[in-house]
Design a protein around this ligand. Structure first.
Ligand SMILES: [Zn+2]
Ligand SMILES: [Zn+2]
Length: 397
């Protein structure tokens, strides 16, 4: 039966372009923050119903839909994330956000439209699909622990043989993609360090314990973790993004608070950096007779793309975009909660280029002027649809 299925899907996907643009712009205009995507979920479910599918709200802000029949073959999952960010939009687009301070600045509006497009193509084929395809419209990708964990706990991976997803990616030009086997995106952890000293008069440091000075040395010392403790062939980032201390020019600060993030690609390196961070902070504080409290929160794990599934996705992407348009590395140090699915089932996460100067889509993700190249959406639909079919073949028993 697979040979009777029309391939490639590019022409039917291109015919869907007006719908893709309509879906994407509606969602863009009505963004909702992570964990609050209730109207977005209702909109998605309604569009799926219009296609003749039977969406389920497994959470008020999440939708899944199934196409095909598990009696005919394996189950493959495809995932899109649907949440927006607390950013005030500055694109000036006619369909810009109508909600002040909230914006689709990561491309999740495009991901949602693309998966709706996949649903549309699959709905026409529902009697012929050699298995079952489960479409996951996932909330809360941007705030770990997020929507992926919630959906997994709700059972969306039950019976699933493999999963695929994509991110529209502005660091890559439109017409290119990255299918990266193995570690593809970083684990993301977060820390808050509170230094307790003893405040006092700026002219009498010997009677005080200067928390600001101690925290300054900690910021510098933390940079030695990557340069001196991590194997130079392993990737890691330690960033202190916030430093808060002091009240006046002539007062020695009794407290300082540092906040930052750790990004790593391998679990061993993640553990090493975490342990070294504790050692560096505690010993630096102790050398000043200050006290350090460390709150260390593990976020998303690294995205570990299955090499076999990634080879399939890379082939499909190359069939669509041409030889030389697909890169297999290096990994990205940004994080993605798609990683959570990959801890349970094999799968692959594709980065699909969307940077196009003519479409003003070269701004970085999470920038107030971020937008996507809508012309890439039909390609995304075709790649994901074909991926689902080939994974059904690959995992057929
Ligand atoms: Zn994002
Ligand atoms: Zn994103």
């Amino acid at each position: 039966m697979p040979q009777t299925v029309p391939r490639p899907w590019l022409d039917p996907a291109r015919a869907l372009a007006p719908s893709l643009v309509r879906w994407r712009r509606h969602i863009h205009q009505h963004p909702e923050l992570s964990f609050h995507e209730v109207e977005t979920a209702q909109y998605i479910a309604n569009e799926l119903r219009l296609m003749g599918l039977e969406p389920q709200h497994i959470l008020p802000n999440a939708v899944i839909a199934e196409v095909g029949d598990a009696g005919r073959g394996p189950t493959i999952a495809l995932r899109a994330d649907i949440d927006a960010l607390p950013i005030s939009e500055e694109t000036g687009l006619p369909f810009a956000s109508l909600t002040p301070g909230v914006m689709h600045a990561c491309g999740h509006d495009g991901h949602t439209a693309i998966l709706l497009g996949v649903a549309r193509l699959l709905a026409d084929q529902r009697e012929n699909i050699p298995g079952r395809i489960r479409l996951l419209f996932q909330p809360a990708e941007e705030i770990p622990p997020g929507g992926a964990e919630q959906l997994i706990a709700a059972g969306v991976l039950n019976g699933v043989s493999a999963i695929a997803g994509l991110h529209l990616w502005s660091p890559l030009p439109s017409g290119t993609a990255a299918a990266i086997p193995g570690p593809a995106m970083a684990a993301s952890d977060r820390f808050t360090i509170t230094i307790q000293g003893r405040g006092g008069h700026g002219a009498m440091p010997h009677r005080c314990i200067d928390a600001l000075e101690t925290a300054s040395r900690i910021v510098v010392a933390l940079q030695s973790i990557v340069s001196r403790s991590v194997d130079p062939l392993d990737a890691a980032v330690v960033t202190v993004g916030r430093f808060s201390s002091g009240t006046a020019f002539n007062v020695i600060a009794g407290e300082a608070v540092l906040e930052g993030t750790v990004r790593t690609l391998r679990e061993e390196v993640r553990t090493l950096v975490r342990e070294r961070l504790h050692t560096v902070v505690e010993h630096t504080a102790a050398s000043a007779s200050a006290r350090a409290d460390i709150e260390y929160i593990e976020g998303d794990p690294a995205v570990q793309n299955d090499p076999g599934v990634t080879a399939i996705v890379a082939d499909i992407a190359e069939e669509h975009l041409g030889g030389g348009a697909i890169r297999s590395g290096p990994p990205e140090m940004a994080a993605e909660d798609f990683a959570c699915y990959l801890q349970h089932v094999p799968g692959s996460f594709l980065l699909l280029g969307t940077a196009n100067e003519h479409r003003h889509s070269t701004f970085p993700h999470h920038h107030p002027q971020f937008t996507i190249d809508e012309d890439v959406m039909p390609v995304g639909v075709s790649i994901l649809t074909e991926t689902a079919y080939r994974l059904l073949e690959r995992f057929a028993s």
